[in-house]
Design a protein. Structure first.
Length: 384
């Protein structure tokens, strides 16, 4: 160990690689399992591409991409390398960033924590006459309105955009901005304009002018138009799995306490009207977007990003949902479900040695799972 430290310094990935102590210990076999699930839905072209945002309607229905990034930076990339906009997957990230600035308790004076039971763009409020949660449009627009209200618009977007780039930082610069989609959303986002005026009328945004509302909505449209690929989203998911710390840069982008809150809401509210079924069947925090992206977080293990544009009736990627279902059903990976007692297959891939982790980020998993109502004992199936 001292020889390794002398030659390579303290870079955690290098040290753990040389010591055979990476979180996915049998990475080739794990990659084969992911590849089999990828192939199982490759030719499933069912579903419909979203049309209410014209900038998204030109996607090829055959596009299909999967990426995985572990908390040790182990990467899998399968399929197409297209870039796409993050859409609603922006919502938990925005919520985490604003919670870090304002404090989570203050944010929840303006937005609730409960599933809505309605569509993501329903014009309605929940208990206390505030939006149900930050992961639907009413809640996300409200959270957007809270961010650094005194800053000029350009600075607001620039600061947030840099946070997204820090979260998705990896071996390539995969986070950019799609101006065409932004302009399309700005021109055709009639439902969101209606939601914004409704929220102003109900006193939810703390603003009272059309000009201020225009700024809020334009910032929201910009954040939905951040452009990524599945590699970037997998790295973002891995950062959330790692307590808000990017696994390549080592930078703490969002506090572990607020990542815990993000994952709680992603578990209960992240998949539109399919959220309850998702948490029952799959059991991991996730967030989907109408571009066809699906980000899944396995706390202390990694992030999984699935992208295919055709959507089901709930607005989730058909291939993405079926991939995950097949992964669980066909490959005995139900052992990773939080309430499963079967440790059959995935446990052979995940390193459980060295349970006493010294890194604060690696100790994050307990709080994260507790926040989602998980049994802490399940974490031991994953961590070293």
């Amino acid at each position: 160990s001292s020889g390794i430290n002398a030659e390579y310094g303290d870079h955690p990935h290098v040290l753990r690689l040389l010591q055979g102590d990476l979180v996915i210990k049998d990475f080739p076999s794990f990659k084969n399992v992911i590849n089999e699930a990828y192939e199982s839905v490759k030719y499933d072209a069912s579903g419909e591409i979203t049309t209410y945002i014209p900038g998204l309607s030109a996607y090829d229905i055959n596009r299909w991409s999967v990426s995985f990034c572990s908390t040790d930076g182990q990467m899998i990339n399968l399929g197409d390398t297209d870039k796409f906009t993050i859409q609603s997957t922006t919502k938990p990230i925005l919520y985490g960033i604003v919670s870090d600035i304002m404090g989570n308790k203050k944010v929840h004076e303006y937005v609730g924590k409960e599933p809505s039971g309605f569509g993501f763009n329903k014009i309605s409020l929940g208990h206390g006459n505030i939006p149900h949660n930050p992961l639907i449009n009413t809640g996300a627009i409200t959270v957007t309105s809270l961010y650094e209200r005194e800053q000029p618009m350009s600075e607001r977007f620039s600061t947030l955009y840099n946070k997204y780039k820090e979260l998705g930082y990896g071996y390539d610069r995969n986070v950019s901005f799609n101006n065409s989609v932004y302009l399309s959303e700005k021109e055709h986002g009639h439902r969101n304009y209606a939601i914004g005026h409704y929220l102003v009328d109900k006193g939810c945004l703390g603003i009272d002018s059309t000009g201020q509302l225009k700024d809020v909505l334009e910032l929201y449209f910009q954040l939905c138009s951040i452009q990524v690929d599945t590699r970037a989203v997998a790295i973002m998911g891995a950062a959330l799995a790692n307590g808000g710390t990017n696994v390549f840069s080592g930078k703490q982008v969002i506090s572990s306490e607020n990542v815990k809150n993000m994952l709680s809401l992603m578990y209960s509210c992240g998949m539109y009207d399919y959220s309850g079924q998702w948490s029952f069947e799959i059991g991991f925090p996730a967030k989907s977007g109408v571009s066809g992206i699906l980000m899944i977080v396995l706390p202390n293990v990694g992030g999984l990003a699935l992208w295919s544009p055709p959507l089901d009736e709930y607005g989730n990627s058909v291939r993405g949902v079926n991939f995950t279902r097949n992964l669980l059903t066909n490959y005995s990976t139900e052992s990773i479900h939080p309430f499963s007692t079967n440790r059959a297959r995935i446990s052979s891939f995940v390193n459980k040695a060295g349970q006493s982790c010294s890194s604060p980020a690696r100790q994050f998993h307990t709080a994260a799972w507790q926040s989602a109502g998980r049994a802490v004992r399940v974490l031991k199936r994953f961590v070293r």
